[in-house]
Design a protein around this ligand. Structure first.
Ligand SMILES: [Zn+2]
Length: 355
């Protein structure tokens, strides 16, 4: 009997050891596979992407193929995080840069939903950042620039699917003299939308500061130079504070929601801009940096994932979100040149209108 017990003990120990060895081997080989992707192919792809100038977006055949890396984005759920999607322009005819077709936008939304993604409202996002809960695989849809095609094209697609969202509006574009190439939502359209749909918000994107002043600055993030003279620091701070205040005040009568959320034009921001924005009541500010938002994210530097490029098919968008969940910062599905692509990089019409 004693011998029997000893042999059972030995056999059990042996089986456990073999099982553990097998698990370790499996983990190691997985790791090995993983690192071979990230070090070799990934570096090549990232290098390929960064060699392209921002104003010359990649063509579809220059992008890393989705299938090649899909196995990396294999974890299909995330919790206590929000993927904030970034869009700009939607048009059934025009294509390129950051203009996508209604069909692509709709197919992205439908694909994400088929993958158990849960679309949340900006209000749910705010509550989450304050410590509240969000569903697993939470996604927030955002559109920058307040184009009229948000109202005429994107909003109906979202409404039909009960998908909430937010449009960041350049309030200076309400004025008749604004020479913008793409028509802007009117106040009446905004009111019609926000009053009939509590899940659709408009928030701030400056009043008249949405124009570049150099490759790395815009009218919000740096002092202006006029006739060779740089404005004083005091004047600069007063100018941007007045502009942001005007923007928030122009939006207040147009929405039942609190106006306390901002998207930085071109994603550009500085500690000073963040402080001024907070001084006028901004509590949440979105960048164009790539990533998922968690409760630990700086509320004045909330990252987003660009969905608004004709090159981002539904599967690429989904894999990109899952990649950011697992390996933040080295996204192969949406290279930097696409994340920051589009009209905003070289939109001269807006420069004219906003001065
Ligand atoms: Zn913008």
């Amino acid at each position: 009997m004693k011998l029997f017990k000893i042999s059972v003990f030995v056999v059990t120990g042996l089986v456990t050891t073999i099982a553990m060895a097998l698990i370790l081997m499996a983990l190691y080989s997985d790791h090995d596979l993983f690192s071979s992707f990230t070090t070799a192919q990934a570096n090549r792809s990232i290098q390929g992407a960064s060699n392209n100038a921002v104003n010359q977006p990649l063509s579809a055949d220059q992008l890393p193929p989705v299938e090649q890396f899909a196995s990396i984005a294999k974890k299909d759920r995330y919790q206590h995080k929000v993927a904030v999607l970034m869009y700009h322009d939607i048009d059934p005819v025009k294509q390129g840069g950051d203009i996508i077709t209604p069909a692509l936008f709709a197919s992205q939304l439908d694909y994400l939903r088929s993958k158990d993604m849960n679309f949340i409202s900006l209000e749910q996002f705010r509550l989450f950042m304050e410590g509240g809960k969000v569903p697993d695989n939470a996604v927030l849809v955002t559109f920058d620039d307040g184009y009229e095609n948000f109202y005429t094209t994107a909003y109906p697609i979202m409404k039909q699917r009960h998908i909430p969202g937010v449009s960041f509006v350049i309030t200076g574009d309400f004025s008749k003299g604004a020479l913008v190439a793409t028509p802007h939502m009117t106040k009446a359209e905004i009111q019609n939308m926000t009053r009939s749909d509590p899940n659709m918000e408009v928030q701030a994107h400056t009043d008249k500061l949405h124009y570049k002043t150099s490759d790395t600055t815009d009218a919000l993030t740096a002092p202006l130079v006029k006739d060779g003279v740089t404005e004083t620091h005091e004047h600069y701070l007063a100018r941007i504070e007045n502009d942001l205040r005007r923007c928030v005040e122009a939006l207040r009568p147009l929405t039942p929601h609190v106006v306390n959320t901002f998207a930085y034009p071109y994603g550009l921001h500085t500690p000073e801009v963040e402080k001024v924005a907070q001084d006028v009541g901004i509590r949440y500010a979105f960048t164009t940096e790539l990533g998922l938002a968690t409760r630990d994210t700086d509320v004045m530097k909330i990252p987003r994932i660009n969905g608004g490029s004709p090159l981002i098919d539904p599967e690429r968008l989904y894999n990109s979100i899952m990649w950011e969940n697992q390996l933040p910062g080295r996204n192969l599905f949406i290279p930097d040149s696409i994340q920051h692509s589009g009209r905003e990089a070289g939109e001269s019409e807006k420069s004219v209108s906003s001065k």
